[in-house]
Structures are given as C-alpha cells and as structure tokens.
Design a protein. Sequence first.
Length: 595
Amino acid sequence: MSSKCHWWRDAVIYQVYVRSFLDSTGDGVGDLAGVRAGLPYLRKLGVDGIWLSPFYPSPQHDHGYDVADYRDVDPLFGDLAEFDLLIAAARRLGVKVLLDIVPNHCSSEHPSFRQALTAAPGSPARARFHFADGRGPDGAEPPNNWHAMFGGPAWTRVDDGQWYLHMFTPEQPDWNWRNPEVAADFDDTLRFWLDRGVDGFRIDVAAGLFKHPDLPDSPDPEADARTRDSVNPLAWNQPEVHDVWRHWRAVCEEYTARDGRERLLVGEVSVPTAREHARYVRPDELHQAFFFDLLSAPWDADAFRKVIDEAMQDIAGTGSTVTWVLNNHDQVRTVTRYGEPHPQGSGRGPASEVAPAGRRLARPLAAPGESPSTSSTKAFARHAESTHQTPTGPPFGRTTPPPTQALGAARARAAALLMLALPGAAYIYQGEELGLPEVVDLPDDVLTDPIFRRTGSRARIRDGCRVPLPWSGQASPFGFTSGAESAKPWLPQPSYFAEYATDRALADTRSFWHLYRDGLHLRATLPQLGEGTLTWLDTPPGVLAFARGDGLVCAVNFTTAPIPAPVPGTPLLASGPCPAGALPGSTAAWWTSDL
C-alpha cells in the first residue's frame, strides 16, 4: 500500500457492490458487516482501497441509486455503528474507503421531494427540483421531448397537472442544482461522511446535475431514446457543473489541511471526447474521472493504442493521472464481453452497435423496431413486487460456462495485465479477480433492473454482472450467505459458479485471483509501474508493446497466433503460459530489460 500523500494517483481501487459481496445476516443480501468480514481478503489481494456502492436508506428501485436519506444506512445493509466499525477495520488494514454519492437525483421518497409533491406550483419546495407546466391542450404533453436514460419519457405528471423531470426513472427525480439550497444540503452530506472518516467519494453522473435553464427540446430526441448514455447536450455536460467540483475539491482540501490525509473525488464522467473528459480533472476540480474508453474499445491493438494515446495526451496533460477501468456494475463482465465472436466494448448487444474506439458507447434500450411501451411502464410496480420470487419456468442456469469462455478468459487476463501496467490509477469490479462470466440466463421473474421493468427488453439489463459472489462450496449460496434458515441470494447463482469460488481460486496458482494478486504486488514494488511515462515499442501488426520507466516492458498479443517475444528471457509475469522467446496469442506479459 502506498503511504505517500497523493496516494490516489496510482492507486488500485476495488469496487464493492455491497448487496452482492457477502451477506452476514442470512437474508440473502450483502451488507456492511459482510464487507468488513471480507477486508482481509481484499488486503491479501493487494488493493489500495474500496469503493462502496450506495447503502443509504432507499426503496431500492435502482438498487440504492434512488437515495431517500443521504446521511444514514439502510437497515438492509446495517446501521451507522456498523459503518463506523467498517471504517475502523479498513483503517487498521491500510485500506482506503470511498463512498458512492448520487448528486444528480434522489428517491421519490426523499422528504424534500415528498414536500414538493404536496406544495403548490412555483413554491420554494418545488424549486429544489425541475417542475414545469406541460404543453398542448390542458398541459397534457410533457414540457419537452427529452427521454429518460432507462426508457420512456423524462417527465412524469403529478396530480395538480405539472410535470417533474427524471433523467433515469420516475422514482428518481432530478435535483435542480441552480437552486442554492441543493448545493448547501450536499455540503452537509459531504461533511457528515468526511467527519466519519471516509477517504473520498465516487460521484455518480458527474457530468449531469445542471440542465439547460430553459429546458428546450433536444435536437436529436430519437438518438436520446435509443441510448442510455449522456448524448443530450441540454441535459449533460453543462458548464456550470465545473463550479460544483471546484467547491467540492475545496471542501476535501479543507479536511486534508487538518490531518494530512488527502481525500479523493473520482467522477463518473461520460462525455464525447477525451479532451472534454480532461476538463473535469483540472487541478482545482475532480482528482480523477473514470476513463471508460478502454472499457468500450474493441479487442483490437490499434483501437487500444488510440484510446491510450488520447488519454495520455489529454488527461495526463492536466496534471491528473488517467483512471483506467475494464468493468463496473453497469457493464457485461469482461470474460463474456471478450468471448464474443467479434469482441467489442461495453455494449450489451450486437457488435455493430459499438461505437468507434475513443468515443462513448451508445447502448440501445430496445431491440430494432421496439420502443418503450406504456404497458411496460405501467408494469413497473407490478414487476418490482416479484423480484424476490423463485423462477417459475424451466430450471435456471447452465451447468457449464458458455462455450466461448476460454477465449474470453484469455483475453480478459491479458487485458488485466495491460491495465495494471498503464500509468495512473486502476479500478477493479468485484468478481473480475475471479474471472466470473456474465450470467446471461436469469429468469424474467427475478430480474430487478429498472431498464427491464421500463422497456420490457432484456437487451441492456445489468443484473447479469451483479449476481452475488461465490466464496466456497459446490452449490448455491456458495458461502455468500449462511445460516440454517438463510434466504436464497437476492439473485440466483448458476451451478457453474462453483468453478469460480474464492476458496478454489486461492488454492489454484493459475487462477485469475493469483494473476491479479501477483500483478498488484509487482505494481506496488516495482518503481517503473504506477505513475510515470509510457514509451511505445515497435511491434508486428496486432501486437502492442510499451516500456515503463527504466526497463520494464509490457506486451499484448491481440492475435490468436504466437509471435517472437519483444524481450529475451522468461517474463516476470504473464497472463497465460508464455515460454521464453515467445508471446502466445491472446496473452500479455511483463519483462524487465536493459533498453
């Protein structure tokens, strides 16, 4: 673990999706006590810190990203006393803790929104949100043509005839950040958690918050309707958002000045180009912002090099470091993504839907010819009530992993070594260190993703990457939850998860876990890795190789045929069998060399 002040610049952070990490109570849902129990495992893996998904009080329409109270713990996950125990345990182990904060929207059950619903049009309570009169006869049409990211219109009408804006679901009304009361309330939230010892925040929808003050029509509503990315320039990436991050940075630095512990702000920033991305990590704004272009790049050497070059030029040029990611709780798991016949980036659909490397991916919400229907929207509440039912159709789950597993696993292992060799910071989504595949055959009646509930389509659902982790044993719940009367995991685990259980991974030196552990150990001990420079080396087509610092070389063979190794001798670490003098296909390796 790094002890330097700017620990975040080359840190490796592990994303804990709390409800799927480890259940300590036997109710089938992961919790904060489970996270605390898993800290030694994560310390042994070698990560510098953890990012916790939302655990605040919430009706869980979007698994906690619909926050009803920003300064407490939902009883589903524990309480503030348990949170304090988690912080203390992490501090003893030298593990940083980041919280997920959701400033763009709240829950429709948040007290401020409930007050707004009972207040009159034009009242101060409604001014905290985006309420507007409708268009057309009797105001029966939405105020503009914006679409919600998870399907359907971005507006819902209330009893007195006005409409309110929600860029995700009706259960997630957007805050009006042009109202100073909103900013002041989030100041109180930041300080509440900073006072309890957190090391920083991952900021959800960091390019959102401000909408065009006139709320005009979108210039391309059809594009907005087809995607769940931030393509509407009137609702995303407004210039005023940068003032918020300057202020939040100042709050964090105020705490750092007190005790010397630097607090981190890392943003979920989806913007069209690396240059725009770089604006969010200027010296007085966010410390970091996730660079998703590596995640969305197709498995192609030229595409990866283009993405890396853009990041190093535009982002590192601000004085920040690039924050690399290959996966998170919203994406198809890496092993499955790279196992497709024409492996692409983060899209949950046909390869043709993937954008060029270096650009944000457009993820259609429905199959060609489909559109979100009124009946699907009305079914939202009915389907939410069925999310904990057992499947009613044929027996769930493959007994073996998908047939493309071997190729996807080889590429995912190579991509992991590539990411860990790049200059800057890296984030690892839970289960990637086990090589977990996407669970693609969850029955409809256990799906909980609001995208499915609002569109009726499985095309872009995210439940498959959120299935609870397997820890031990040969059958579900695989050690995720325990107790004679314990509930089933909140999402069912396929029987083949036994092959990926943590106890087996730790015992097998050839496993994904050992690859990640060895890579993290070398990254922490070799001075060439982490922050610094990168120099490309000449390679044959389909191969990337670069030098880090004084004599460390990383090479990745994106083809399926072996090539001569760029460096003589046996590598320090390789993603697969790698004899001296050769680099097999779909393999990455690190060497030391006198260059």
